[in-house]
Design a binder for this molecule. Sequence first.
Ligand code: UD1
Length: 423
Amino acid sequence: MDKLLIEGPAKLSGIVKISNSKNAYLPILAGVLLSSKRVRLKNLPALRDIRTMVKLLENLGVKSTPDITKANYSFLADNITSLEATYDLVKTMRASVLVLGPLLARYKRAKVSLPGGCAIGTRPIDIHLSCMSKLGAKVQLEGGYVEVSAEKLIGTRIVLPFPSVGATENVMMAAVLAQGETVIENAAMEPEIEDLGNFLIAMGVKIEGLKTSSIKVQGTTVSNLKEVEYEAIPDRIEAGTYLMAALATHSEITIENAIASHLDCVIDTLKNMGAKLEIGKRQIKVFASTLKGVNIDTAPYPGFPTDLQAQLIALATQSNGQSIISEHIFENRFMHVPELNRLGAGIVLKSNAAIIPGNLQLKAAPVMCTDLRASAALAIAALAAHGTTQMQRVYHLDRGYDGLDIKLKNLGVNISRKNDSEE
Ligand code: UD1
């Protein structure tokens, strides 16, 4: 198992280039299953979750060909040999359930392992399943698997009880090969949903209402779908993480390949805290700033993203004055708090709120990564802390941050990766 050693307090300087979005590419990769024509995807981030999704597609019979850089892939789903996403893959990555909609729509049947519990809450898939039933599918649960089947899917109006990102994506993809029009109300509005929509449009699907909570998909047939080449949007969560890393260390850096409009709420929050930022075209410049505390609640897009809550808590330890950061999307998404407290953060948890005293001098300690964004928060705290922090179980970080150690090293941080077997 790898661990990271980060020496603080660090000063970052220079330019960091953000990779393309994992959360945009995961549904787009599932969307490959809709078409029998070639799909070319450009600049996939080098991440464990992406490799897991590609492996899942290969298990289903999709032919995948990376180019020499292994960043660009060509996929061909013209001969699917299995309709099952097995437990071993789903348990490592919940987004595997995104194959449900496309498989059901194209092959009339799909079997996917239930994701079960995960580090940040129970995360059921009831909304995904009720959407599939509304399109006409029979849903059966047995032996830890969900099996969906339908002679044909028929487009309809579906009102989501909550704007679930994954359920919106699953139903959009199922609707592509349903008969007639599907209208998704109370749809999630995250930029990754818009990106999936643009990918499907590039394939020849008619979609209206992207960027709104009411998305209309016109059903079509497999033979009408076109060959497509697509590149996903930059990763807004990765960009937000580097923004906060720079601010926590009073550093000046330039973040390239970042779309500021995808981070409106985050940028407003940071500016209200006192952050000096300069927004350019696909670039954000961060200047050394003195920050004050913040009171903020996570919310579905365009609200403050739950995926940056942990990193904001780490940043709040370095701000002047108390902060209160409340989590409203996932129960139990505070696994980073006890670890941050090992560095001396003094955070108190009260129900779904973290109270951060602020203005703290953190001290290095060995810490454990518990989930993806918790790991990013620990990395930010380690950059601010005095001494060398040892972060264990960095495989969580590797699920979602493309070359974090290399990017931080390029920004001037003394960081190294070690394998337990080297000791
Ligand atoms: C996606 C993102 C994840 C992000 C989350 C919220 C991907 C691959 N992952 O996850 O990084 O943190 O959006 O922005 O894009 N829920 C149900 N029943 C369901 C579905 C969801 O109760 O059928 C609940 C979940 O338990 C959670 C909330 O709804 O409490 C939000 O989940 P959802 O929006 O579906 O998140 P994901 O798509 O899993």
